[in-house]
Write a protein that binds this ligand. Structure first.
Ligand code: FES
Ligand code: CO
Length: 321
């Protein structure tokens, strides 16, 4: 279903860089399109996973000498996606129409990003990526049997912490949220200085008020920085819209403190996400309603209100209602 220009013309993560190795193919799915990823001379190719001869999956084929060969009748495609050989007719020049549909692919932040259309913007900027004072730990991917905008909205939602993440990120006895500010411009949404109480915000074993600033960079990419008395904890979070009700979340934690191991940090994020997933998967309607009259909103939901308004202005349709 490639009928959402906003998402078709945007970048989406489909794999980790190390998952696509020389000499091998990898099948992934984005916006209900099956893709084959493969590497030639260090460059990643992302094509429609379909041989134009009889519709076989190219991901079942062989990567050899910088070409991809279909598993069925052996048509050989070069790295531009053009078929260069029909094995049944070795002396026949393949037709110009014998070509795979080629999409744009880029590697950034250890991920492979694909755009199925014409990228209107660059891959979103992950502010802590080049900042050596932040240690980056990869988390996920996590699967949500839910729409991508529902999953992003959950990432932006702060008032669920005391309930869904009780004793980890909040406490029902301290559930109050301040009147924070939200602004929207052509670069996305900023929700600043959201103050909440947390039982142990930075691993020092003490409850404290912390301040979150969220940024929504693209319809399906967001991040936050949380600061307490000194340390900073940030996240960069992007969702792959696989189908209207199926999403994959990819994340980095970035922190300028702590001696936790990578697997301890990932274990904590896995636990928090496993608390979120059943909640998000239970939400109805499954597609995020962009009509602001459709659900009830409080002042503390102003990030979600801004997000729904912005998606409506952009004309996003995939995963929304
Ligand atoms: Fe691919 Fe025939 S289906 S070569
Ligand atoms: Co949560």
């Amino acid at each position: 279903m490639l009928n959402d220009p906003v998402l078709v013309n945007d970048w989406h993560v489909v794999a980790r860089v190390e998952e696509v190795q020389e000499g091998k193919t990898r099948a992934v799915r984005l916006l209900e399109e099956d893709l084959v990823l493969w590497r030639v001379g260090g460059k990643v190719c992302a094509w429609q996973d379909l041989c134009v001869h009889r519709g076989t999956r190219l991901s079942l084929g062989k990567v050899e000498h910088g070409t991809l060969a279909c598993p069925y009748h052996g048509w050989v495609y070069n790295q531009e996606g053009q078929c260069i050989r029909y094995p049944a007719h070795p002396n026949q020049q393949p037709s110009e129409r014998a070509r795979a549909r080629v999409y744009q692919a880029r590697e950034r932040y250890g991920w492979i990003w694909v755009c199925l259309g014409k990228a209107t913007r660059d891959i979103p900027h992950f502010p802590q990526w080049e900042d050596a004072s932040y240690r980056k730990v990869h988390c996920g991917p996590y699967t949500y049997k839910a729409s991508a905008p529902r999953a992003i909205e959950n990432f932006l939602d702060i008032t669920h912490f005391p309930f869904v993440h009780q004793s980890y990120l909040g406490d029902p006895a301290h559930a109050e949220v301040n009147d924070y500010q939200v602004t929207t411009d052509e670069d996305g949404i900023t929700a600043s200085n959201i103050t909440v109480w947390q039982p142990d915000p930075d691993g020092r074993g003490q409850g404290a008020y912390v301040s979150y600033t969220y940024r929504v960079y693209r319809p399906l990419t967001a991040g936050f920085v949380k600061s307490s008395a000194g340390p900073h904890f940030a996240m960069f979070f992007t969702i792959t819209p696989v189908a209207p009700n199926l999403s994959h979340a990819w994340a980095y934690v970035a922190m300028d403190y702590s001696d936790l191991t990578e697997s301890e940090i990932q274990g904590f994020q896995n636990l928090i996400t496993m608390q979120d997933v059943p909640i998000v998967e239970s939400q109805r309607p499954e597609l995020l309603p962009l009509d602001l009259q459709a659900e009830l909103h409080l002042r503390s939901d102003r990030t979600a209100i801004a997000y729904r308004k912005w998606l409506g202005q952009l004309g996003l349709s995939f995963g929304t209602a």
